[in-house]
Design a protein. Structure first.
Ligand SMILES: Nc1ncnc2c1ncn2[C@@H]1O[C@H](COP(=O)(O)OP(=O)(O)OP(=O)(O)O)[C@@H](O)[C@H]1O
Ligand SMILES: [Mg+2]
Lengths: 224, 255
């Protein structure tokens, strides 16, 4: 029991590295907020663009969405971090992690919002157009709000899954929660910093999971 | 608005004129050269068997369905052909659908004011005043803040009518406005239509409400297979139809 406590809950180690983990938590939060806000916005934007059904544009969007959904994010992160400098693009590890996860989320969000757009009854378009709304206005004011409400559950699930992947930043040295914790663990030769990391993740993500439940309940379509 | 007298359909009393309208879906001709002129303040009822092209004709009248050929005029202004500002001219043609098609994420007032705000660019206060006025005309100003899911079918259809009315259209098109309603809710919607007629609205109505057609319509047309088979005042169409097909169709309703 002592050994267990000393391994996972070594008070001296916990105290020494708590500030670093806190710094890491800040980075994780900032990164997550950036990824979720811009990723979903980009995905929804692409889904809207696809609604115009311009052949080559739709084709390009589908290819983007399929490729970015198919590849493991870790592969993309390593490719971007170690590959891009060879073609003259040098990005910070933070930037690489942000861009990759943001684009992965955008790819999923595009497919999810697109499903919502196609599931919106045709009569909604017709009513909007018959009152003189242009295609774009009908999309923005009538169809998109309904489409997004319809897909809030899958969208929040996907957003949570992606933000948890910020932990992948460790492999390219992003000083987020896990990055700080693994550094601390190798310096202290003790697993307690990882315990701290786990606690930090729970504190950060549990409210998010609970909030997503609330969102889902609130936007469950009537009759579903 | 200037009406030049040599334009087809521009004669003083015509609100909506359809000339030689053709429409096919694939190789299937659905409208085979329709001609119809609806006078200002006239209520014209359209009867006909399922698949005869009634909805297609109405939908061509605001180009929700694109006609293959033929012309349509709203108060002398051409609706068909290239170069027409559709979003502008559609505001002059109110459309009421069988399934209401209210926007579920907006309350009644939001439904009614959306086009006022986004197309006519009315300031909020003015749009809401106009919206409440339109809701008042259908007897629902007290339900302005209710969402569609909180309204009965009849109330939803009346909000849909108000949504069209708010744009102050020249013509209103109704596609089976009461077919999706429970029988006890039909009367409220028909009463609203009666009021609109009394106030001089031009209306083209596809409906199976024969009793209503009899006592409210100025004219009834019977359509079959994409053509107008017979047209006349309700007394003639219901009392003494000239065409066999009209008689056969009506006999199904009289049992
Ligand atoms: N979008 C479409 N694509 C293909 N065919 C269509 C389309 N819309 C209508 N049709 C066909 O055109 C014909 C006329 O349809 P329409 O809806 O105008 O008839 P209707 O007189 O309104 O019938 P109902 O009383 O059943 O509403 C039907 O045979 C229908 O199947
Ligand atoms: Mg029909």
């Amino acid at each position: 029991m002592d050994r267990f406590l000393d391994t996972f809950f070594n008070m001296a180690v916990l105290g020494r590295y708590a500030p670093a983990i806190l710094d890491g938590a800040l980075i994780t939060v900032v990164l997550s907020l950036l990824i979720v806000s811009t990723g979903i916005a980009l995905g929804a934007g692409l889904a809207c663009l696809r609604a115009y059904r311009i052949g080559p544009v739709s084709f390009a969007i589908v290819i983007f969405a399929d490729v970015w959904r198919a590849l493991p994010p870790l592969v993309l992160i390593l490719l971007a971090f170690f590959g891009l400098p060879n073609v003259g693009v040098v990005l910070s590890s933070f930037m690489v992690l942000y861009l990759v996860l943001m684009l992965v989320l955008a790819a999923f969000a595009e497919e999810i919002v697109w499903a919502g757009i196609t599931a919106t009854p045709k009569g909604q378009w017709e009513a909007a157009r018959s009152t003189g709304l242009s295609f774009t206005r009908a999309l923005v004011f009538v169809v998109l709000p309904q489409a997004v409400r319809m897909v809030i559950p899958p969208l929040t699930n996907r957003a949570i899954a992606i933000t948890k992947m910020t932990a992948l930043g460790m492999v390219i040295g992003v000083p987020d929660i896990l990055g700080q914790a693994t550094t601390a663990q190798s310096f202290s030769a003790n697993a307690s910093p990882l315990t701290l990391a786990a606690i930090a993740y729970v504190i950060l993500f549990l409210p998010l999971v609970i909030a997503s439940r609330w969102l889902e309940a609130r936007f469950t379509p009537p009759g579903a | 608005m200037m009406l030049s007298p040599d334009l087809p359909g521009a004669s003083s009393g015509v609100a909506l004129s359809i000339e030689n309208l053709h429409k096919s879906f694939g190789t299937e001709p659905v409208l085979k050269g329709l001609d119809l002129a609806v006078g200002r303040s006239e209520m014209v009822f359209v009867l006909g068997p399922s698949g005869s092209g009634k909805s297609t004709m109405l939908r061509c009248c605001n180009r929700l369905e694109e006609p293959d050929s033929g012309e349509i005029f709203i108060e002398g202004d051409r609706l068909t052909g290239p170069g027409v500002d559709l979003n502008k001219i559609r505001q002059r043609i109110g459309m009421v659908f069988q399934s209401f098609n209210l926007y579920p994420h907006l309350n009644a007032l939001g439904n009614v004011t959306l086009a006022l705000r986004q197309v006519q660019k009315m300031p909020r206060a003015q749009a809401e005043a106009a919206g409440l006025d339109a809701l008042d005309r259908v007897g629902l100003s007290a339900r302005a803040r209710h969402y569609p899911a909180q309204l009965s079918g009849g109330q939803q259809q009346r909000v849909a009518i108000a949504r069209a009315l708010a744009l102050k259209p020249s013509v209103m098109l109704f596609d089976e406005p009461t077919s999706a309603l429970d029988p006890e809710l039909v009367g409220d919607v028909l009463d609203v239509m009666r009021d609109m007629k009394a106030q001089g609205m031009t209306m083209l109505v596809v409906s199976h409400e024969m009793k209503f057609a009899r006592d409210a319509a100025d004219r009834v047309i019977f359509m079959d297979h994409g053509r107008i088979v017979e047209t006349g005042p309700p007394e003639q169409i219901f009392g003494n139809p000239q065409e066999d097909r009209t008689r056969a169709f009506l006999s199904r309703f009289h049992g």
